[in-house]
Design a protein around this ligand. Structure first.
Ligand code: DAH
Length: 343
């Protein structure tokens, strides 16, 4: 602790008392509010002008001593703080003050995925998370894309050098949820699961293409399940989501993991319609179909006894239409100006 030698008796005394006081304080900054210091300032005000200069000079020196005690104390507190190298990052690092807590808010994509999940949950679907890293079997093999299948090219995504895959769709979870809930079928109950989660693609980025996005995948299997059940389920889910009874139509499509495969289109909600042309009337929302027998077999489910449907849709487009967001890249940008609009 550095100290200047003082000549004015009251400052010498105060300096000794402050030194003792400082040593005992738990909150070192409280020294700045010490009565001993206050008394010196009070004394300064009562002095005749000719004495003020010398007294003021020594008082300033004392004040700068106190500041250097405080700096030393801060430094040694930092040195002494135990660092647990095995702890998660947040234990050892101060939280960055990006958004004040009281105005922080949920990301709009999460709000919307949760809303969609709530509706599905009320319809009897269990909710399961996907994975951020997966393997070739779950990404392709189990979904009826054998090695060398040309449709693998439609799901170009990121891979580790060890061949692990950042999943290009939530369908990677189909095999796992079919196995996990297979017991339902034995009890005479259907398998009904929704997987809302993050997926990745190797995209050329523009206003409608992003490398990271979110899907909501539905899987439903039981006895005697038909395309009629698929249409009814999706119409109910999406009508509830948009808050109005919607017309729907299926258009033929191709996915290796469904047979037949469709694109599901809904009548564009009035609030989102721009013109009245036929093309403008329909909104293609997601891919779907009857789960391919090979996909059921790969999960140990008898495709003769059971059938089912599945779908996978992206949440970004729905959120963009709902809030008039013009560029999909805002979502992953972390821009505070963008995020604050949803607080
Ligand atoms: N996984 C498909 C995609 O991302 C979407 C999809 C289509 C999911 C049909 C399904 C399905 O479950 O049955 O392009």
């Amino acid at each position: 602790m550095s100290s200047t030698s003082y000549t004015i008796p009251s400052i010498v005394r105060a300096s000794e008392q402050l030194t003792k006081e400082f040593a005992k304080l738990a909150d070192k900054r409280a020294i700045l509010r010490s009565k001993n210091l206050e008394a010196l300032y009070a004394e300064l005000r009562t002095l005749p002008n000719e004495e003020k200069a010398t007294f003021g000079k020594e008082l300033n020196a004392l004040k700068s001593d106190i500041n250097s005690w405080l700096n030393d104390a801060d430094e040694s507190a930092e040195k002494q703080a135990p660092i647990d190298v095995t702890a998660p990052q947040d234990i050892n690092a101060a939280a960055p003050q990006l958004l004040p807590g009281e105005t922080g808010t949920k990301h709009p994509l999460m709000t919307e995925l949760e809303y969609m999940s709530d509706i599905a949950y009320r319809m009897g679907f269990a909710i399961e998370q996907s994975r951020l890293i997966d393997d070739d079997y779950h990404m392709f093999e189990s979904l009826n894309f054998p090695e060398g299948h040309p449709a693998r090219d439609d799901y170009d995504t990121f891979m580790t050098t060890e061949g692990l895959i950042a999943p290009a769709h939530t369908s990677t979870m189909q095999n796992r949820v079919l196995k996990k809930y297979a017991g339902n079928l034995e009890k005479g109950e259907p398998i009904a699961v929704l997987v809302p989660d993050r997926v990745f693609r190797n995209e050329d980025l523009d206003v409608t293409h992003e490398h990271t996005f979110y899907q909501y995948e539905g899987v439903f299997v039981g006895e005697g399940i038909t395309v009629g059940n698929l249409i009814a389920t999706l119409r109910t889910l999406l009508s509830e989501y948009f808050g109005q009874d919607l017309k729907a139509k299926l258009q033929p499509f191709y996915f290796p993991f469904t047979e037949p495969s469709f694109e599901f289109a809904i009548e564009r909600p009035a609030a989102l319609r721009k013109g009245d042309t036929e093309a403008d009337m329909w909104l293609e929302l997601l891919g779907c179909g009857m789960i391919h027998p090979n996909v059921l077999s790969a999960a140990g489910i008898d495709p003769v006894k059971y059938s089912g449907f599945a779908w996978g849709g992206g949440i970004e487009r729905l959120v963009m239409m709902k809030y008039g967001i013009e560029d999909i890249r805002h979502f992953e940008s972390g821009k505070l100006d963008f995020l604050r609009q949803f607080s």
